[in-house]
Design a protein around this ligand. Structure first.
Ligand code: GAL
Length: 695
């Protein structure tokens, strides 16, 4: 029986969640908790150092080596002539030293002969000039010649290593990104995509509103990719731009699926297929891929700044792993970090030293959130080339572990110890299950809001992530889910600024509330239909029945002003966004605007429906404390108690372990019950501190 039939059968026999757990278990036995690896580029080093390096990798406690990611020039030095002899030696050395191999497809960097002989394989920029040889990520995913070369190279690799017992999996490409390509191949592919979507040019004209500014098309052949280089941002058609993002994301997902399909022909069912998306993927839509086993993310939390306190600039942004670890779970059911920043980088605004312990804390954060893989870019700091100043886990002498390397060694050792405490039957503790929370997130809303913010201070990505932070601070187990996800396991569901919706989706949310759910919807939700059109009616018209109120207007005031809100006895200030609400008769007003010419108008409303309740938050407060209070009350009303962790303290539970990390600049003492047993760290978490315990 072939592999996909087996997977389908398993999925039919058991529920989706269990199927995913089983699949995760197949590649990553649960008792191993997490497996760690390291990027190694043998093609950058003298062959006489390979064995020394691989041996060192094994001694540092890594369990797999990530190979061949950017090595196309060496795998296919001349068109159609493949050379695996060098890589065979490295793979054999890995086997000798008992480390597994994660093999990569090399599509992200093309050899010079390709640009030379087949320039059409490279993308074109908005000025219709081709990308040049010398960097990565320039392949035109729409170009048949490029796809031919990729398929052939991937097939050759798969035939060579697909049955190798020491190769455990495959990574496709590198940080796949749905970049905009203006080449003739892309123009044709875009038109075909539009034709499939709209069928007739009239339907496209309607969807894009081309009657404005004489944009109307007589045929698909007249349509060009909307060009943000040659037409300024406000002059482009927003619906065309949205479709360009959608098309590019589809094209990119198809490109990955194409590679997976080639691999599947040759590789063993024991080898997994994944890719490494960036932690926040602004253009790629990972949820569109269909043929990979799961997705991983790359995490570079420290780009020279942090978000908390006086040592924050050394600890980095606490939200990087926080968001990615949940978001990428929604793609394949489980995830892990493929590149964890190992130290200062070459691209940071300034490359400060990390506070000792920071890399280990990031690793634990990714582990805490359920990660199955923790890998890092890269083993040795390179001596030459584009990322010269980027730290490795080994310093420039080739043998001494950097600070990040030392912390990896410690993590690798600690994980081996923790494996002894793995409890196969551990169930999410009741107190956490009682606060299980979903944040519904769709990249398409990020695209539309980010383009038309209405207020320059609206941070399209950060706004939903702040709700994730709040949920964590209240001690919830929180997932970032797709709108199609089953909401029934969640006690509280948050829908933050979900700009494009349709009546069906709103019906789904209504059913969730009727059946006892606590739903929180915020401003900017359902302001548009799926084409990005306003409704012919009031603002967010299809939402008004559900929230029991009407949005009559929206205000925003300058950053130096502070609007006042009164919620019960408490005052909150705002200036970014304020929906003015007119509640229906049975709707409760939780907060009013307390100044401006509309003083007394409702800002937050709540309504009970069936067994549940829905709250609409029409305003963004400066510190989001009001929003947090509302969330807290939803937990309390649904029968859960809450924690009150300070900013930067994240606490998770996985496989029987409680894990806490500290991104703040202050010590924090964790309250552990008398029955608690500390396995790693100290109950007083210092900045960059980690604590693992069981209860
Ligand atoms: C990642 C990339 C790596 C390396 C790294 C440097 O985004 O995937 O190949 O360039 O950045 O920080």
């Amino acid at each position: 029986m072939n592999r996909s039939i087996i997977v389908i059968l398993i999925a039919v026999l058991i529920s989706g969640g269990q199927a995913k757990a089983q699949q995760a278990n197949q590649f990553f036995p649960a008792k191993n908790l997490i497996t760690t690896g390291i990027y190694y580029y043998p093609e950058h080093w003298n062959e006489n150092q390979w064995e020394r390096d691989i041996k060192k990798i094994a001694e540092m406690g890594y369990e797999f080596v990530h190979l061949a990611e950017f090595a196309w020039f060496r795998l296919e030095p001349e068109e159609g002539k493949f050379d695996f002899a060098w890589l065979d030696k490295v793979v054999a050395l890995c086997e000798k030293h008992h480390v597994k191999v994660l093999m990569c497809t090399p599509s992200a960097t093309m050899p010079a002969w390709m640009r030379d002989k087949y320039p059409e394989t490279h993308i074109m920029y908005g000025n219709y000039i081709r990308g040049e040889h010398g960097t990565r990520g320039l392949g035109s995913n729409a170009n048949t010649k490029y796809k031919f070369f990729v398929e052939r190279a991937v097939a050759a690799l798969a035939q060579h290593y697909g049955q190798n017992k020491n190769v455990v999996g495959w990574q496709l490409d590198n940080e796949p990104d749905a970049k905009t390509d203006y080449s003739p191949s892309a123009q044709t592919a875009f038109r075909q995509w539009l034709q499939r979507r709209y069928k007739t040019i009239d339907a496209l004209n309607t969807a894009w509103g081309t009657a404005f500014w004489s944009q109307r098309y007589n045929s698909f052949n007249q349509v060009m990719i909307p060009n943000v280089t040659l037409v300024n941002w406000w002059g482009n058609n927003p619906h065309a731009l949205l479709d360009l993002k959608r098309y590019s994301a589809d094209e990119q997902a198809d490109f990955l699926d194409l590679q997976s399909a080639v691999l599947r022909k040759y590789i063993s069912p024991d080898q997994y297929i994944t890719t490494n998306y960036t932690a926040v993927s602004p253009t790629a839509n990972p949820r569109l891929t269909r043929k990979m086993d799961f997705a991983t993310y790359t995490a570079y939390p420290n780009g020279g700044a942090g978000n908390m306190g006086n040592v924050g600039f050394r600890l980095g942004d606490s939200k990087t792993v926080l968001f990615a670890a949940e978001y990428y779970k929604s793609v394949g059911g489980f995830t892990g970090v493929m590149e964890m920043q190992p130290g200062p980088t070459n691209w940071a605004t300034q490359a400060s030293l990390l506070l000792p312990g920071t890399v280990r804390m990031w690793l634990y954060h990714s582990f805490a959130a359920g990660g199955k893989i923790a890998c890092s870019y890269r083993f040795r700091q390179i001596l030459y080339g584009a990322e010269q100043y980027h730290a490795g886990v080994i310093k420039t002498d080739g043998v001494t572990p950097s600070q990040g390397g030392v912390e990896y060694i410690q993590f690798n050792k600690e994980i081996r110890q923790l494996r002894q405490y793995y409890q196969p039957d551990a169930q999410l503790p009741q107190k956490l299950a009682a606060r299980k929370t979903a944040i519904v997130w769709n990249l398409e809303n990020y695209w539309t809001i980010d383009r038309e913010k209405q207020n320059v201070r609206w941070d399209a990505w950060n706004y939903p992530v702040k709700f994730l932070e709040m949920a964590k601070s209240l001690g919830a187990d929180a997932d970032v889910v797709d709108e199609k996800a089953d909401l029934s396991p969640y006690k509280v569901v948050i829908v933050p600024a979900y700009e494009m919706a349709d009546p069906e989706l709103i019906k789904k949310w209504t059913r969730y509330v009727e059946q006892g759910g606590h739903l929180i919807i915020t401003c900017r939700t359902a302001a548009m239909d799926r084409n990005g059109h306003f409704w012919e009616g009031e603002t967010a018209a299809p939402l008004s029945d559900l929230i029991g109120a009407h949005i009559t207007n929206t205000d925003m005031i300058p950053p130096y002003s502070k609007g006042d809100i009164l919620a019960g006895q408490n005052h909150y200030s705002w200036n970014i966004w304020a929906d003015l609400l007119k509640p229906d008769d049975n709707t409760t007003v939780l907060a009013n605007y307390n100044d401006q010419f509309y003083k007394g108008t409702a800002a937050v409303v709540k309504r009970n429906i069936g067994k549940g309740a829905v709250t609409y938050i029409g305003v963004v407060t400066d510190d989001m404390k009001m929003e947090k209070e509302i969330l807290k009350n939803n937990y309390l009303e649904s029968g859960a108690d809450v924690e009150n962790y300070p900013p930067g303290i994240y606490v998770y539970w996985r496989d029987g372990f409680y894990v806490a990390v500290n991104y703040s600049s202050d010590n924090y003492e964790m309250n552990i019950p008398g029955t608690g047993k500390i396995l790693v760290g100290d109950k007083v978490l210092k900045p960059a501190g980690v604590l693992v315990w069981t209860e």
